[in-house]
Ligand binder design. Structure first.
Ligand SMILES: Nc1ncnc2c1ncn2[C@@H]1O[C@H](COP(=O)(O)OP(=O)(O)OP(=O)(O)O)[C@@H](O)[C@H]1O
Length: 122
């Protein structure tokens, strides 16, 4: 029987797997690369325009939501390609819905960005 590991060791291992997943995502997915670039750009803009604590909270929340949902979308795409590599309308539907979720949170993030920065720029 395998030796039982402590709760703490298991948690640390899980964090390691999650970090590896985040790195894989950034390394392999073009859309995540763009989102990470935009996240860095708005972070610089946040410091430049000295946005308030509340604005930082909304900005960080919006950026994390987009990147997080994009990660889930990538995982769904990979599962689809693994379980059913051939063309199937149902796979198309699943992938479209997952992509739609990314689009919805992205629209929200763009609106948050406009509310924060438009009054500061113009
Ligand atoms: N096996 C399939 N069966 C039916 N339609 C599919 C299939 N694979 C992809 N599609 C259609 O093509 C679209 C794009 O799918 P794809 O897996 O290429 O994702 P993508 O948007 O190019 O993802 P990314 O660029 O993030 O890797 C899907 O939203 C879906 O409409």
């Amino acid at each position: 029987m395998p030796k039982e590991e402590s709760f703490a060791v298991n948690r640390i291992k899980s964090v390691g797997f999650a970090l590896r997943g985040a790195l894989l995502l950034i390394k392999t997915e073009a859309s995540i690369k763009i989102q990470v670039f935009l996240a860095i750009a708005v972070t610089i803009a946040g410091f430049y325009y000295e946005i308030s604590t509340t604005e930082w909270i909304f900005q960080i929340f919006a950026v994390s939501l987009v990147v997080g949902i994009e990660g889930a979308n990538t995982a769904i795409e990979k599962i689809c390609d693994f379980i059913h590599p051939d063309f199937d309308e149902r796979i198309g539907f699943i992938k479209d819905v997952a992509a739609g979720a990314v689009m919805l949170v992205s629209i929200g993030a763009i609106i948050v960005g406009c509310i924060i920065y438009l009054p500061k720029i113009f």
